[in-house]
Write a protein of this length. Sequence first.
Length: 379
Amino acid sequence: MKQKLWIATVAATLCAPIFSASSRAVDELEKTLLTPPAPLSRESIDASTQTLRPALKTSTLQTSSPVPLVPGNNLAPESTENADGDIVVRNAKVEIPMGEGFEATISANGQGLLAELGLCELDADGEPVLGEDGTTKRQTLRRGLAVRKGDVLGKLQDDELTQDRIVATQELLVAEKEAAKTLEVEVAEAAARVAQASYKRASSLNDEMPGAVSPEEVQEKYYEWIRASKSIEKAKYDLEVNQEKVKVAKARVNAADVQINNRKFRSPIDGIIDDVMQNEGQWLREGDPVVRILRLDKVQVTGAIRADLYAPEAIDGKACEITVTRPGLEPQTLPGKIVYVRQIVESGHYYFYADVANKLTDSGYWLLNPGALVTVTIR
């Protein structure tokens, strides 16, 4: 008992300074919180504002927005006149003509596994050439690879559709045999001739010897002749139905061919591969882009002229020259023609569009690249 009392006395003696310091800190914090803040003077507010303004200016968000069509802007088209009276439009933009087959994105026409991806070698009939192992001969797709219209660039898995086509082909063979079978018509015609001869014989015998053949028997032979004649019509009708079945079977085979061809990716234009968006073996959904192809032998240049100086019809159809300056090269000029002028005024300007035949450089690159800025001189 005495030992426990001694331990408690020692513990209280050691902890007393800590408790007193903690209580003093709490008292000081309460005084600070309960003391009202000193009123702010006009001078202190102005000084704080002047200090924050430079920081606000430097931290202003820079958002990406279209370049305004304002003369004097470094990137906006700007039209002037030279000494010869020609209209000079600077900062005109090179674009790919839309709706004319100069750009194409091949997408999946259905869903399935991307079974093949590559430039397939075609025979004279336009069908893929097979190697010794039975696989299609093809070249790996890459950016910059030249392709021709109709080239097969890959396909989705079509095993099930191939089997459906085999079944449809067998049905077509059966239908063609049925349509070529005229035996039933020939048999019906022969039976009709026999029935007709039997009826005429009975009628002639009654004419020579009245009562030799009973009227009931004569009537029965007449109906047999009529029934045989109708059998000819029935056989001919069945033959026509079989011929129509051939058309149905051919349509099924054609439908299977269409579905199989839709699983293939064919280039719709002549051009170069700009991008390959998928890998062989991936599962594609309908509409997923696979390959992007560009044709740059012709481009379109977009510029703007002042609406207060020129009317749209004043430059529509005019010849022009496009001057392009590339790093490290001398400026080059290509001929063009203005094909359309918009009749909507934007910021006091008309937009115009000029078609230009592009040109390959000695290094194999096109002179005019979509997105580049050029100068247009309208004569």
